[in-house]
Design a protein around this ligand. Structure first.
Ligand SMILES: NC(=O)c1ccc[n+]([C@@H]2O[C@H](COP(=O)([O-])OP(=O)(O)OC[C@H]3O[C@@H](n4cnc5c(N)ncnc54)[C@H](OP(=O)(O)O)[C@@H]3O)[C@@H](O)[C@H]2O)c1
Length: 291
């Protein structure tokens, strides 16, 4: 999801080599972040100024069921790229998550202490720690609920769109979990601004606002002009507890305190970003293909 936005945003001004474990686009080559030697060889040949590590298992249920696999990819993979960045003098850019917090507070700033609940959250938090230990020049950007990617979208927005395209008239949506939506293109643009500075370190970087999933779905229906046609039913998260069994924080709402204090917070209100994303990738499809 995020890789597509990073590639399109950075290729304008940088020479970009993009890779993935699953080569599903012409601009990608194959590289496995678990393979230290392969990553080191690729980086040694290319000598990048920046190494971005966006690779991770992002399906929380998969992570919960496969902890070792998750730590090897999300944590050791991140550590591999940190060591290589340090060795080659590249700046390391790592993407972390609001899921490092336990959700007990309403909002979290960059200085709040993580206490991850899920295997996924732990794997990302341990990655953060190893990067801080192993690397001098790094940026860690924490994203919230990712929105973006169009056909690569695996997350909430696509799950709602999919139900609309299947002709569902009633949607059950969770109202008791809150988060900060994060549009991939806004995130990539803000990351691009940040990496041209020397303000290394860890930053919360999410869109402004902290809606529930229900509020995001309601806004989607408004943007698609379907609010009078589709019934939205608010449920508690335990309604989906069999399907989504990984523990999720009650709040994944982040405050971009450090970005704001440096006048480098260009993240927009989530409603504007959601509108842009739906207009770019989904409006047309929903209008044309919804039964
Ligand atoms: N999605 C969210 O809500 C969210 C929120 C906060 C932070 N983040 C972070 O943002 C980053 C980008 O995630 P995303 O949202 O763009 O999700 P994504 O589309 O799932 O991107 C992650 C990519 O990493 C790939 N990958 C998995 N194992 C790999 C390996 N061993 N070597 C190389 N690539 C590998 C995945 O391939 P497969 O699809 O084949 O597994 C996938 O293409 C991740 O670090 C994620 O933890 C995501």
């Amino acid at each position: 999801m995020l890789g597509e936005a990073f590639y399109n945003t950075f290729k304008e001004d940088y020479e970009v080599r993009a890779s993935d474990i699953d080569v599903n686009d012409s601009w990608l080559t194959e590289l496995d972040v678990r393979d230290y030697s392969a990553v080191r060889q690729e980086a040694s040949e290319f000598r990048p100024d920046f190494i971005f590590n966006l690779a991770a298992y992002t399906d929380l249920e998969y992570c919960e069921n496969n902890p070792n696999d998750t730590y090897i990819t999300n944590t050791i993979g991140a550590e591999n790229a940190a060591l290589i960045s340090q060795e080659l003098g590249s700046t390391y850019v790592f993407i972390s998550t609001a899921g490092v917090f336990d959700g007990g507070q309403e909002t979290y700033n960059d200085y709040d202490i993580p206490a991850p609940l899920s295997v996924y959250g732990k794997s990302k938090y341990y990655a953060e720690l190893s990067i801080k230990d192993g690397c001098h020049k790094y940026f860690i950007f924490r994203a919230g609920w990712m929105m973006g990617g169009g056909h690569k979208d695996k997350k909430f927005v696509h799950k709602i769109v999919k139900q609309l395209l299947e002709g569902k008239q009633k949607l059950h949506v969770v109202g008791d979990l809150k988060g900060s939506p994060t549009y991939t293109y806004d995130f990539a643009a803000n990351a691009k601004e940040m990496i041209s500075t020397q303000f290394y370190g860890l930053y919360n970087m999410t869109c402004e606002g902290g809606p529930s999933r229900y509020e995001v779905a309601a806004e989607m229906l408004k943007i698609f002009e379907l609010q009078d046609k589709i019934e939205l039913i608010e449920v508690k998260s335990d309604y989906f507890s069999e399907e989504y069994f990984a523990p999720r924080p009650n709040s994944e709402v982040l405050e971009n305190l450090k970005l704001k204090s440096r006048n480098l917070d260009f993240m927009r209100d989530w409603v504007f970003s959601l509108k842009d994303y739906l207009e770019k990738d989904w409006n047309h499809k929903v209008k044309e293909e919804m039964p």
